[in-house]
Design a protein around this ligand. Structure first.
Ligand SMILES: *Cc1c(COP(=O)(O)O)cnc(C)c1O
Length: 358
């Protein structure tokens, strides 16, 4: 069956063997279960075509496929929620479309018009509707991604790409507050590098230092600048916020090494709309230590789509572990976390116009 939607022809082959009855929505491990279908599109001769939705499963690739060798690959991540009225809700999906194109530009990959991205996304999610659970804390994690498909061993921008969307039903990402380690040796991103792109290779480069941290009991790293390891950048796959002396502080994006998170931007806009003092500025490791010691630091949390707000209960800096104030006392992050969660699930008015309904 081919469906002609507004601007795209999408060929749809329904999966005759749905797995949904086998999924335990009360007990979801992040990213391990997949819905019944996947969306694919291929880029050739300078344009996107062959949009199709088909049963989820393996596909063939050429052994010389460029992305396997030289890493032209990127991804996006967002979540679909179910409103109390049963609609599918997306949170600021145009931001993901735009960021995908910024990542693609940095990696010399194909651009995808925002309307095309949105049409593919909404058509796909309409088919996977039943996979969006309305249980507390549940959502459907949506993973759009793109990779070069040219069969050629030369190093150059590929002329062929594949775009895909797969989805995974998820519960809460972290089941409580996390312990983190400030990384003072390795780097995630350097000035002029690919840190602002959601480039697959960035995550490969982070695995080794992250593993060293995990071996010592720290769930995530807090990255510092690659030049001096003096300033805080972000945490794992999340941006980071501090509340010090009543001010909400997050590192600025102008270093060109921090991923511009949609959650980060949303927290900033909400905090400003509440009239709270918010500073996008450099924050040094020394300032963090000092503000812990003089008890002015009251909150530290990560911000990203997967976890929304990930409370940080302990931070390792150099040889020392610092225990941070109890999560229950953290006024701002608890409040903004609840607010964003209510907004994304359609429980409250959306004064920002952020929620897209399907
Ligand atoms: C995806 C990501 C974030 C968070 O972005 P959101 O749009 O809020 O999900 C932050 N840092 C890195 C490195 C990321 O990959």
């Amino acid at each position: 069956m081919t469906t002609t939607t507004g601007i795209l022809d999408i060929a749809i082959t329904k999966n005759p063997h749905s797995k949904i009855a086998e999924i335990d929505f009360e007990n979801l491990a992040f990213g391990k279960n997949f819905s019944d279908h996947m969306l694919l599109a291929d880029y050739a001769d300078g344009q996107w075509g062959d949009f199709r939705i088909q049963p989820f499963g393996n596909f063939e690739i050429h052994p010389s496929m460029a992305s396997l060798h030289y890493g032209q690959a990127l991804f996006e991540g967002l979540k679909a929620y179910k409103s109390p009225q049963g609609e599918i809700l997306l949170f600021r999906p145009y931001e993901n479309a735009r960021r995908m194109n910024r990542s693609a530009e940095r990696l010399c990959m194909a651009q995808m018009p925002e309307e095309v991205f949105m049409e593919a996304l909404t058509t796909f999610l309409d088919i996977e509707r039943d996979w969006v659970s309305d249980k507390e804390g549940c959502s459907l994690y949506v993973r759009p991604f793109m990779f070069s498909t040219e069969a050629f061993l030369g190093v150059k921008p590929s002329d062929f790409y594949r775009f895909m969307i797969i989805t995974s039903p998820v519960g809460n990402y972290y089941d409580g507050a996390i312990k983190v380690k400030v990384e003072l040796e390795y780097s995630r991103a350097g000035k002029g590098g690919t840190g602002t792109a959601k480039a697959a290779g960035n995550y490969a480069a982070a695995l080794y230092p992250a593993k060293m941290g995990q071996d010592k009991g720290y769930r995530q790293l807090v990255w510092t600048d690659s030049l001096e390891h003096k300033y805080i950048e972000e945490s794992g796959t999340m941006n980071i916020f501090f509340v010090i002396d009543g001010k909400i502080i997050t590192p600025p994006l102008d270093s060109g090494t921090i991923l511009a998170g949609v959650t980060r931007d949303s927290i900033i806009q909400v905090a400003k709309s509440w009239g709270l003092p918010l500073e996008e500025r450099k924050i040094s490791v020394d300032e963090v230590v000092e503000s812990i010691n003089n008890k002015k630091l009251t909150e530290v949390f990560g911000a990203g789509t997967a976890a929304t707000i990930a409370q940080i209960e302990l931070i390792n800096i150099g040889e020392k572990d610092y225990v941070l104030p109890p999560v229950a006392t953290r006024e701002f992050s608890n409040k903004v976390g609840k607010y964003l969660s209510d907004l994304r699930t359609g429980k409250i008015e959306d004064p920002f116009g952020w929620v897209v309904r399907i």
